[in-house]
Every structure is written in structure tokens, then in C-alpha cells.
Ligand binder design. Structure first.
Ligand code: C5P
Length: 221
């Protein structure tokens, strides 16, 4: 078990999607249940850490012992993450929307009868993981996730460098991982790739938190 190996540590986790409003009733989002991130937050709390969980809109209960900050948009998520610093480790599990509308409409957009949809101008959202990777208060251990459908390890290697992360937890989402209870991941670091078998998300969380504890305080035995 992970016992209290993370006692005295602050672990910062993002989870869930972000919702980027188009108008008061519509939004842009990625598919994400938040289950994996919430399981990691629960595992970190069980290991004795102080846990801040910055959560996008999801339908999940707050794990015991976890401080939860609810947000809607990527920009709100970034500011909640920066407000939670410093942290010993940050694990960015959220499926952040890459784009938001240039400006959300105050009123519901209406069909105008012309058959032409209202134009949507998109702008890029801040990359929260990359911001932390190059932050003055960069956590000692910075972990990102990568949902890929092909060339999983290759894309993850590139992502490590680009985002300034220490590890990328890559998973193949071409199957039925989304919203499901199991996950097969590969941990990509500068020193190589560790492939884990398909496991329930709770076990992926426990194994990942054990690895985080090892990295923060190597066992001498
Ligand atoms: O580039 P990509 O979206 O595949 O990267 C995924 C990783 O980056 C995840 O850890 C995700 O939480 C993080 N991310 C982020 N902010 C974004 C986009 C992705 O923190 N705007």
C-alpha cells in the first residue's frame, strides 16, 4: 500500500473537461468523465498528501480528504491552478478544450432563416501543463496525460519536450476508455517507456501515486 508516503506533500491535480461558452446555452468541450483524475486525487489523499483538485464540469463526488475547486473554462482552470501553487507534484489529467470562442454571445444565438449558421471565431486557450512546465514555481514533478489514437509513445515523447513535463501518461483512446472504468497506459519519461497492462482506473491511480511517491522520496530500502 501507499501508506502515508506523501505526508507533508502538496499534490495538484486537474480533471474533467472544460466548457467554453458559445452563448448562454451552448459550449465547446472535449469528452471527459473526470474518473481517472478523481481516482488519482483519491489515491493521493489516501497516501497522506494534501490534495488540490481543480475540476471542470463533471458529475462526480469529491474524494475524501481532497480540496476541490470547480471551474468551467480553461482560463478559469489556469488561474485556479496558479493560485494553488506551490505544489510538490502536479498531475494534469484534465481534457482541456484547445479553443474557445473569441467572444461568447450574451444572448442565445438564433437561426435567422437564411440557412447560414452564425460564424464561430475560435482562439487558442492557454496550455495549463506547458505554463506550469515553464513556471517560476514549477512543481518538482510535473506529469501530463496524453489521449492518443495512434503512434502513442511517439506523440508522448514529443509532448514531454514541448510542454516541459517530466512524465507523460499516454493512453490509447481508440477503444472504449472514455467514460469507462479501465485504462491501459504507458508512462513516457526521459529515461524510457513503461507500459502497464489494462487496469481499472483506481489501480492506475494507485500505481501512479506509488511512482510519484518514489520520485519525490526515493526509498532507501
Ligand atoms: O496537447 P494535448 O492536449 O494532447 O496535451 C494533453 C496534456 O496537456 C494533458 O495533461 C492536459 O491536461 C494538458 N493540457 C493543458 N492545457 C491545455 C491543453 C492540454 O493542461 N490547454
Amino acid at each position: 500500500t501507499n501508506g502515508v508516503r506523501l505526508a507533508g506533500r502538496h499534490i495538484l491535480i486537474t480533471a474533467g473537461p472544460t466548457h467554453e461558452p458559445i452563448d448562454p446555452v451552448r459550449y465547446i468541450a472535449n469528452r471527459s468523465s473526470g474518473k481517472q483524475g478523481f481516482a488519482i486525487a483519491a489515491a493521493a489523499a489516501r497516501a497522506g498528501a494534501r490534495v488540490t483538485l481543480v475540476a471542470g464540469p463533471v458529475h462526480l463526488p469529491t474524494p475524501e480528504g481532497v480540496t476541490r475547486v470547480d471551474v468551467q473554462t480553461a482560463r478559469e482552470m489556469l488561474s485556479a491552478v496558479e493560485s494553488a501553487l506551490p505544489a510538490d507534484a502536479a498531475i494534469m489529467v484534465a481534457a482541456v478544450a484547445d479553443w474557445r470562442t473569441a467572444d461568447a454571445a450574451d444572448q442565445k444565438l438564433k437561426k435567422d432563416g437564411s440557412g447560414q449558421p452564425a460564424p464561430l471565431t475560435l482562439v487558442e486557450n492557454p496550455d495549463i501543463l506547458a505554463t506550469l512546465g515553464h513556471h517560476a514555481q514549477r512543481p518538482a514533478l510535473l506529469i501530463g496525460f496524453a489521449a492518443e489514437t495512434q503512434n502513442i509513445a511517439g506523440h508522448a515523447q514529443a509532448k514531454l519536450a514541448r510542454k516541459g513535463a517530466d512524465w507523460i501518461v499516454a493512453n490509447d483512446v481508440s477503444g472504449d476508455v472514455m467514460g469507462g472504468d479501465a485504462n491501459a497506459v504507458q508512462i513516457v519519461t526521459a529515461s524510457g517507456i513503461e507500459a502497464w497492462p489494462a487496469l481499472p482506473k483506481g489501480q492506475v491511480a494507485d500505481k501512479l501515486i506509488a511512482k510519484v511517491a518514489d520520485a519525490l522520496s526515493p526509498r532507501s530500502d
